[in-house]
Design a protein around this ligand. Structure first.
Ligand code: SIN
Ligand code: FE2
Length: 220
């Protein structure tokens, strides 16, 4: 990126952007099916309610989370991990809805990753003030599979860093329906979400949802 644009300016995405080798922002990719995706989110949340997880360091996360699929990402005082069971209920996570799987596979293919078979979908819920600090997704068993991340509802500022924590992140505006895919050489890129600003989205009110698809376990 040229220095002229290296400031804090928002980059908006009227069309797809190649962020780095292996990483793409697919503008509006999920917009057409957003309504059914949100209905599926509501059904998942009835079976496995959103909750604020505690980090190993003892902080309660501002983002509320749940999961669907064979594996779910969880955090507690003992660490981060994937678990087949929802620790709140002791039951398996809700199945991944066909609409989710279809979206994830089409987005991955569009970004150059054929044959993506996610077994985990972390569902994040942000209200104004919530944020997710810069991190790598590193609890997955198979790092050759990409991450597919869909945004619904209120816009957010996505922080897209580098392969080192100290790399200054770019600030990307993600709106309803945008999908970001990162894999290959970009798989371990540091990323996060800046503090969500207040707003009122016609489909979600004052909420942003994010669906993050991973292949977390061993492929069968
Ligand atoms: C994540 O990194 O798990 C979520 C990213 C996002 O909410 O866009
Ligand atoms: Fe992440």
């Amino acid at each position: 990126m040229s220095d002229l644009f290296a400031s804090d300016l928002f980059e908006t995405a009227p069309e797809d952007i190649a962020l780095d080798p292996g990483a793409m922002l697919l503008a509006g990719f999920a917009r057409a099916e957003a309504e059914s995706l949100l209905q599926d989110v509501a059904a998942i949340a009835r079976a496995a309610p959103f909750r604020h997880l505690v980090t190993p360091g003892g902080w309660t996360m501002s983002v509320a989370m749940t999961n669907c699929g064979a594996l779910g990402w969880v955090s507690d005082r003992s660490g981060y991990r994937y678990d087949r069971l929802d620790p709140e209920s002791g039951q398996p996570w809700p199945a991944m809805p066909p609409s989710f799987l279809d979206l994830a596979q089409r987005a991955a293919a569009r970004a150059g990753f054929a044959d993506f078979t996610p077994d985990a979908c972390l569902v994040n819920r942000y209200v104004p003030g919530a944020r997710l600090t810069l991190h790598q997704d590193r609890n997955e068993r198979r790092l050759e599979a990409p991450i597919v991340s869909a945004s619904l509802g209120l816009p957010a500022t996505f922080l897209w860093g580098g392969l080192a924590r100290a790399d200054k992140p770019r600030r990307l505006r993600l709106v309803h329906g945008d999908v970001v895919v990162w894999g290959g050489p970009a798989r371990m890129t540091f990323h996060g979400v800046d503090t969500l600003r207040d707003g009122d989205h016609p489909m979600t009110g004052a909420v942003r949802y994010n669906l993050t698809f991973r292949q977390a376990g061993d492929r069968t």
